[in-house]
Ligand binder design. Structure first.
Ligand code: 5GP
Ligand code: ZN
Length: 114
């Protein structure tokens, strides 16, 4: 838990979110400003600021983020036609919230990367 981290507050339920899934290690919730018809985030409950801060001890939680993202994508009906997963890292990556999060975007044809 990091003070003033909005995603830690979502983990702790002190900030409301549309929670899609939760277990001991991760939480998934809808993005508040969706960039596609389906846009949700999967985060570790542990406060890891950026992708550059993950270590070997985080292998299982990072793997679980991908498994949960894939499961929810199938449940939401975006898997068949496809979707995109993104993790932004720091300034050049366009990261705005410094608690690791995986974006899942689907439900429309997405543009080229870059
Ligand atoms: P980043 O640019 O850091 O990769 O993406 C942060 C994402 O978090 C953005 O897509 C933004 O819409 C989302 N976001 C920011 N604040 C909140 C919030 O309070 N609740 C939810 N559900 N999403 C948020
Ligand atoms: Zn946090």
């Amino acid at each position: 838990m990091a003070d003033d981290c909005i995603f830690c507050k979502i983990v702790n339920k002190t900030l409301p979110a549309e929670i899609l899934y939760e277990d001991d290690d991760v939480v998934a919730f809808s993005d508040i400003h969706p960039q596609a018809p389906t846009h949700f985030l999967v985060i570790p409950k542990k406060h890891i600021p950026t992708l550059d801060d993950i270590g070997k001890e985080d292998r299982s939680v990072v793997g679980q983020m991908l498994v949960v993202a894939a499961d929810l994508s199938r449940k939401k009906g975006i898997a068949e036609r496809g979707y995109r997963q993104i993790i932004n890292c720091r300034e050049f990556g366009g990261q705005l919230v410094f608690h690791l999060h995986l974006h899942i975007l689907g439900g429309r044809q997405l543009g080229k990367m870059g």
